[in-house]
Design a protein around this ligand. Structure first.
Ligand code: LMR
Length: 397
């Protein structure tokens, strides 16, 4: 049965790490996958997590039975509070319920399966461009795919008018995927006024917003980055959120995410959750506990929470500093292109504008690995690799 099977193509993001590992070049640079590294090139364990590990090792046991299908209740309450804010009426209302999922990807797949259960063959609209894995996740769940304009490659800015024009045509009952902040890969987000406009549009058209929220705290701040989805939620409308603590708690390999359903009433949320549970049951039955315990331990302690906020600010500030250094260094290397737009983008990535041939040349001639769309993981640039990176980019222009 397996002899005649053709090999599958490598994953456009994680496949780069596999290729990078096999590259014997001593000067190789991996800026493919979005993983935060400090200036020494290491992905640190956050200070808040080091402290939480101690708390968890003293209080939790790896014995006991399975967790519920939706995971740890305390963690799920924390997720809802972080998404909507402590002051919001939503956490207490019971109309938002979260289920812990294996990472944000798990959250997206559970959301997709949930949508497919309640509306078989539903259509989902995604931004052009979007995260390389969205397509595969929604296809695997049997949804129909569509795209809306988002980014203008010429002006390096949001294509807001065209985006709105397309979303105005989206029928009620379709799903529209938004990146809550730090749009991946473009690094361009709607501003507050634009988010309000999009929320009005969703309310008017009746489409279901699904937010992918993987970078809370990496844009402007933990609260500020939730502005977009809160603008929708405050209108009392239904929405879904797939969120992740991979980046903002540095819990990449603990697969710590969530899928949150927001309905109009607490009763409707409980009914929705009954379907979410079944989607989870047939996927992975129930989630692992450790990452959720760590997050819950941090958020339960006001001192540890402050440490976490500082940890997130440290990562955000380093990335913004590197953005600036990248722009300045590129300016010293070439006058063929102006990279100042990189400083206006936010989040982990620089959407560099490099084309497929240039990306390939970077890889083949300079052993520099970036995503085919030209997306560079800024969070992986260090004092040691900034200069060779910029020289190589200048050479391929
Ligand atoms: C990325 O876009 O690099 C990250 O979200 C990691 C991943 O799973 O692709």
């Amino acid at each position: 049965m397996f002899e005649s099977v053709e090999p599958a193509p490598p994953d456009p993001i994680l496949g780069l790490t596999e290729a990078f590992k096999e590259d014997p070049s001593p000067g190789k640079i991996n800026l493919g996958t979005g993983i935060y590294a400090d200036d020494t090139g290491k992905t640190p364990t956050l200070e808040c997590i080091k402290a939480a590990e101690k708390v968890v090792s003293e209080t939790a046991t790896s014995g006991g039975g399975y967790l519920p299908m939706t995971g740890l209740a305390e963690y799920n309450r924390d997720v809802v509070a972080l998404l909507f804010g402590e002051e919001s009426e939503i956490p207490a209302s019971g109309r938002a319920l979260a289920a812990k999922t294996p990472g944000g990807t798990g959250g997206l797949r559970v959301a997709a399966d949930f949508i497919a259960r309640i509306k078989p063959g539903a259509r989902i609209w995604m931004s052009d461009p979007t995260w390389a894995n969205h397509n595969g996740i929604f296809t695997a769940a049997g949804l129909e795919l569509a795209t809306y304009p988002y980014y203008n490659h010429e002006t390096k800015a949001l294509n807001f008018d065209e985006m709105v024009a397309t979303l105005k045509e989206v029928p009620a009952g379709d799903v529209v995927l938004f990146h809550a902040c730090c749009h991946n890969p473009s690094g361009m987000d709607p501003n507050a006024e634009q988010w309000n406009q999009l929320a009005d549009l969703a309310a008017e058209r009746g489409f279901l917003p699904l937010f992918d929220f993987a970078y809370q705290g990496f844009g402007t701040g933990i609260e500020e980055d939730a502005f977009g989805l809160r603008a929708f939620a405050e209108k009392g409308m239904e929405l879904l959120v797939a969120s992740s603590f991979s980046k903002n708690f540095g819990l990449y390999n603990q697969r710590t995410g969530a899928m949150t359903v927001v309905t109009r009433t607490a009763e409707a949320a409980t009914v929705a959750m009954s379907h979410v549970k079944l989607a989870i049951r047939v996927n992975y039955s129930n989630p692992p506990a450790h990452g959720a315990r760590l997050v819950a331990a941090v958020l339960a302690d006001s001192d540890l929470r402050r440490v976490w906020e500082q940890d997130v600010a440290t990562m955000r500030n380093r990335i913004n500093g590197v953005r600036q250094q990248f722009v300045e260094t590129m300016a010293t290397k070439t006058d063929k292109a102006d990279f100042s737009f990189v400083a206006t983008q936010c989040g982990m990535f620089s959407f560099s504008g490099l084309n497929k041939e240039q990306v390939l040349e970077l890889r083949e001639k300079h052993s520099i690995y970036i995503v085919g769309s030209g997306r560079i993981s800024i969070a992986g640039i260090t004092s040691a690799n900034l200069d060779p990176l910029c020289s190589a980019i200048a050479a391929v222009l």
